[in-house]
Design a protein around this ligand. Structure first.
Ligand code: NAP
Ligand code: G4F
Length: 342
């Protein structure tokens, strides 16, 4: 019988790539969708035809218990979150509820549906395996570079704090109940399906608009921040590998290379044959109340234990996104309405 996976955050970037990856591995894939008329659900129906949908919300404990009871998953991937860092200052309480407490509700749904009592069980056979989408934002003001699984956390946003809660809770359920519950500490990963609010996609859409004569400038915030950017399609493979391991352990996933936003911008404009300095406008209002200046992964443990390596380089990723957005906007949709789905 096919293994069953339940994915929260199926309408997001990672949910789509993970669903495709698991379907290709022969899984029966279920996606949790929320809301009465969520417009992104029709995208999933159209683009991920083989994914089955179940209603539920990370804010609603009962709905998660019902979803787990209905699907009977072998694996649960908790990707649902408020994931845009600036929004977490504007809606800090909601971020805590969805991105932080949502992890507790999902773990409780699994615990209750699996009949796990308060006593620790050593036998993990037949258990539902749980993946939590932790984030390099937890490292925040970094204590060392590169960052590995033992680097202390110092989150710099309500989002980073909520992720740290979910991370420690996942570890706690593993230690308290013997659950197969793990976190992937993923560094920034991008693709043509990335939300338009994140900097890589904002840049690739901006370059495409300028290239096609649809815009004359691109306004950006802090150009000096550095990130370890990889390709989302590579990172979902790591999520799956973590749940196939013999023992439940947390892993850092990233490329081990870091680039500034300025370098990203330069690479994207160069890919389109343009000079970035002619178009980019620095906008102080786009700076954050507290910035994460530098992120760079040390993915040695994932390479050694999981055999995971990123396939797509930074330069290939940037060129891929610029080309995809140029095609998308040239094909006709109103650029202002361009969504994160190609
Ligand atoms: P994304 O595109 O922003 O997707 C977020 C997903 O969360 C959406 O499907 C959204 O669904 C769902 N969601 C929001 N509120 C919800 C709620 N109350 N109940 C259930 N689902 C809810 O994020 P992503 O880039 O795919 O990232 C996936 C996960 O990895 C997130 O947890 C993110 O924080 C984490 N992460 C991402 C990165 C990265 O670089 N991409 C790095 C580290 C960690 P709706 O359509 O219903 O809004
Ligand atoms: O693309 P970003 O918005 O991503 P950020 O804040 O690093 O968060 C992403 O990665 C995390 C993993 O480290 C995830 F957990 C999280 O869910 C999300 O996926 O911003 C990247 C950098 C920041 O330093 C920001 O200040 O780009 C800088 N930046 C400069 N100008 C900008 C802009 N960011 C955005 N979004 N828009 C700008 O105009």
């Amino acid at each position: 019988m096919a293994r069953r996976a339940l994915i929260t955050g199926i309408t997001g970037q990672d949910g789509s790539y993970l669903a495709e990856h698991l379907l290709a591995q022969g899984y029966e894939v279920w996606g949790l969708v929320r809301g009465q008329a969520n417009p992104r659900v029709s995208n999933v129906r159209e683009l991920l035809r083989d994914v089955r949908l179940v209603r539920g919300d990370l804010l609603d404990q009962g709905s998660l218990i019902s979803a787990v009871e209905k699907v009977h998953p072998d694996e649960v991937y908790n990707l649902g979150a408020i994931s845009f860092v600036p929004m977490s200052w504007e809606q800090a309480e909601l971020t805590a509820e969805v991105t932080g407490m949502g992890v507790l509700r999902m773990l409780e749904a699994i615990r209750v549906c699996s009949g796990i009592s308060s006593s620790r069980t050593a036998d993990r056979s037949g258990q539902i395996r749980f993946y939590q989408a932790s984030s390099s934002e937890m490292f925040g003001q970094v204590r060392e570079t590169p960052q590995n699984e033992r680097t202390p956390f110092h989150p710099r946003s309500p989002y980073g704090v909520a992720k740290a809660y979910g991370h420690f809770l996942t570890q706690n359920y593993r230690e308290s109940y013997g659950m197969f519950a793990v976190s992937g500490i993923l560094f920034n990963h991008e693709s043509p399906r990335r939300g338009a609010e994140f900097v890589t996609r904002k840049v690739s859409l901006g370059v495409a608009r300028i290239r096609l004569g649809l815009a004359g400038e691109l306004r950006l915030g802090n150009l000096e921040a550095r990130r370890d950017w990889g390709y989302a399609g590579d990172y979902v493979r790591a999520m799956h590998l973590m749940l196939q391991a013999d023992a439940p352990e947390d892993y850092v996933i990233g490329t081990g290379r870091t680039h500034s936003v300025r370098e990203l911008v330069e690479a994207a404009f160069t890919a389109a044959g343009l000079n970035w300095e002619d178009y980019v406008v620095a906008d102080q209002s786009l700076h954050r109340p507290a910035e994460v200046d530098l992120l760079c992964a040390d993915p040695k443990k994932a390479r050694a234990n999981l055999g995971w390596d990123p396939g797509v380089s930074f330069e290939e990723l940037v060129a891929m996104m610029v080309e995809a957005d140029t095609r998308l906007l040239a094909a006709g949709p109103d650029p202002a309405q361009a969504t994160s789905w190609p």
